[in-house]
Design a protein. Structure first.
Lengths: 110, 114
């Protein structure tokens, strides 16, 4: 079945560490997105990519980085510069039918 | 820029009662409208969408929504809710159905009371 795989489902990070969240898709969609979800704030766009080797900052890109070397993959790195990284992170792809979401990664800073 | 307002952050409703979750958007151009549902610790799942045509849209799990251009609204309704409908519901707007960012509301938490 086609879909989006986000891994890991749960991730714990010590303060000062960089961590990378994986997002892989086999839907053959060009556009991919990373959102951050906090309680009561809905979804906020971190980065998006419309095509391989190109990506754009979203509304809250500070402290995050991405790469898009392959169509299937859009990993998100949460750097030590992100002051409040504890959140639920969602990856999505887009086609004419709208967005398809992965099952998310819950990141906790300990 | 687009904005999406979900007027109710929490909606409690008794089982088998009807429910309406409200969504308003701001846009001076044509938009595409979506409702998504999220169960705890999961991603978002598409409930229904309006791209064009009939303003009454039917989705999965017995939900429907009506696009009202004059009131810039896209309210979600279900005539009789079930316990399994307890979830977070998000309204989203796009100015195009491809190649453009979605704008999400802050979500409405629906709790169905037995």
């Amino acid at each position: 079945d086609g879909g989006i795989t986000q891994s890991p489902k749960y991730l714990f990070r010590k303060e000062g560490q960089n961590v990378t969240l994986s997002c892989e898709q086999n839907l053959n969609h060009d556009a991919m997105y990373w959102y951050r979800q906090d309680p009561g704030q809905g979804l906020r766009l971190i980065y998006y990519s419309q095509i391989v080797n190109d990506f754009q900052k979203g509304d809250i890109a500070e402290g995050y980085s991405v790469s898009r070397e392959k169509k299937e993959s859009f990993p998100l790195t949460v750097t030590s510069a992100q002051k409040n990284p504890t959140a639920f992170y969602l990856c999505a792809t887009e086609d004419w039918n709208g967005y398809t979401f992965g099952s998310g990664t819950r990141l906790t800073v300990v | 820029a687009q904005s999406v307002t979900q007027l109710d952050s929490q909606v409690p409703v008794f089982e088998e009662a009807p429910v309406e979750l409200r969504c308003n958007y701001s846009s001076s151009v044509s938009v595409y409208l979506f409702w998504y549902v999220q169960y705890p610790n999961q991603g978002l799942q598409l409930l229904l969408k309006y791209l064009s045509g009939s303003t009454l849209v039917k989705g999965i799990n017995g939900f429907e929504a009506e696009f009202n251009k004059s009131q810039t609204s896209f309210h979600l309704r279900k005539p009789s809710v079930h316990i399994s409908d307890t979830a977070e519901y998000f309204c989203a707007v796009s100015v195009s159905n491809t190649g453009n960012q979605f704008y999400f509301g802050t979500g409405t938490s629906l709790t169905v009371i037995p």
